[in-house]
Design a protein around this ligand. Structure first.
Ligand code: PMP
Length: 381
């Protein structure tokens, strides 16, 4: 199997499996129980929250464990939008036009609830700029939303610059950091945002576990509880905590903290090799997105005149796993909304583009096999 779709999900690494297995067997107590095996499980949960806080350089009191980034995005955005409007601050939100559906669909809901949403499209250089957010801001604006790294094309958005500006303007600012966390050497204490989110399965932990960091600069902007019940997660998200998965997720990030720079170097190397090989084999292609501001582990490539959906089938038969667009829309193979936002004038680009995303185990031999299949596909045409 050649897996080149790490932006969709990552395999759970062995060390993380081991951490989870140990927790499942040895720490099965309910963290809310008052006897010893409950208390020891609670202790592990508290320690994991502290470790995550250290890794991210944020306060442990601002971390909320969730089922993943979809839940976290929904929660952070709705909570901040609805409270800001209730406090009479306004009803206008500005967002990049290349966000994940968990952000976009939350905004569709808010639009139906009477909020006004402005979408910032990439400019002709393929950049979503902070200047465009500033220009669209008006009296009624309450918040900004931008992802750190786009999951389909790998572009890096100017979230640090946006954060500084949002703070100056006292706007809430939400960042979906899913595709950056664990992979880029960022200090999240320097990211001036009121909330950001991560998802375990994008960095070698299981699916169904993630977190939100909520750190408003306006203390009136208290987080609205998401689930009522026994009062877990500081009374904001009740339900018995998934301690084994929390421990596994934090372990995964701890391991990456030590390795991420060497993995990044490896990804840079693979990136150069990929484009060298495409050129050497005279495959007609263009890179999607702005190559100057992107991560080396997500690649979106327009393969001119090749139908991506057909190429994907051939790759699948050859045991090579790549994607067209993202895997986030319930298995659909419709044209990518992200590529539509980037290239409204070139419809052929929407259906002739593929995404390749590297992980720590990816190799040049994987790329060679991928190239062989593209050539086969071209020959068959
Ligand atoms: N945001 C981004 C940028 C993503 O790539 C994903 C996963 N595809 C999500 C949010 C949703 O994360 P989860 O699968 O944990 O709900």
């Amino acid at each position: 199997m050649i897996y080149l779709d790490y932006a969709a999900t990552t395999p759970v690494r062995d060390e993380v499996v081991q951490t989870i297995q140990e927790a499942l067997i040895e720490s099965f107590g309910n963290p809310s129980s008052t006897y010893r095996i409950g208390k020891s499980t609670k202790y592990l949960l508290t320690q994991a929250r502290k470790s995550l806080a250290n890794l991210l350089n944020v306060s442990e009191h601002d971390i909320f464990f969730t089922s993943g980034a979809t839940e976290s995005n929904n929660w952070a955005i709705r909570s901040q939008a609805e409270l800001a409007r209730k406090l009479g601050k306004g009803n206008h939100i500005i967002v990049s036009a290349i966000e994940h559906p968990s952000v976009m669909e939350t905004l569709v809901f808010l639009e139906q609830e009477g909020f006004e949403i402005t979408y910032i499209h990439p400019n002709s250089d393929g950049e979503v700029t902070a200047a465009a957010f500033v220009k669209a801001t008006k009296d009624q604006t309450i918040g900004w939303i931008a992802m750190a790294v786009n999951n389909e094309v790998g572009s890096i958005l100017p979230v640090f610059e946006l954060g500084e500006l949002a703070r100056e303007k006292s706007l809430w600012f939400h960042v979906d950091a899913v595709q950056a966390l664990g992979h880029l050497d960022w200090d999240y204490s320097e990211l001036a945002c009121t909330s950001f989110v991560g998802s375990g399965h994008k960095f070698y932990a299981p699916k169904g576990i993630g977190f939100m960091v909520y750190q408003p600069w306006d203390k009136q902007m208290k987080l609205t509880p998401l689930i009522f019940g026994g009062g877990q997660e500081a009374n904001k998200r009740s339900g018995t905590e998934n301690v084994p998965y929390v421990l596994g997720m934090v372990r995964a990030l701890e391991l990456l903290a030590e390795e991420k720079n060497s993995i990044l170097e490896h990804h840079n190397d693979l990136q150069n090799y990929l484009y060298d090989q495409l050129n050497q084999h005279q495959i007609a292609f263009e890179r999607n997105g702005n190559p100057k501001a992107k991560v080396p582990y997500i690649h979106n490539i327009w393969l001119k005149d090749l139908m991506a959906s057909q190429l994907l089938i051939l790759m699948d038969l050859a045991g090579i796993y790549i994607s067209a667009g993202s895997a986030c829309s319930a298995g659909s193979l419709t044209d990518s909304k992200i590529l539509k936002a980037y290239y409204p004038e070139t419809p052929e680009r929407w259906s002739q583009s593929i995404r390749l995303s590297f992980g720590k185990e990816s190799t040049k031999a994987d790329i060679d096999k991928f190239i062989i299949q593209i050539k086969k596909f071209i020959e068959r045409k």
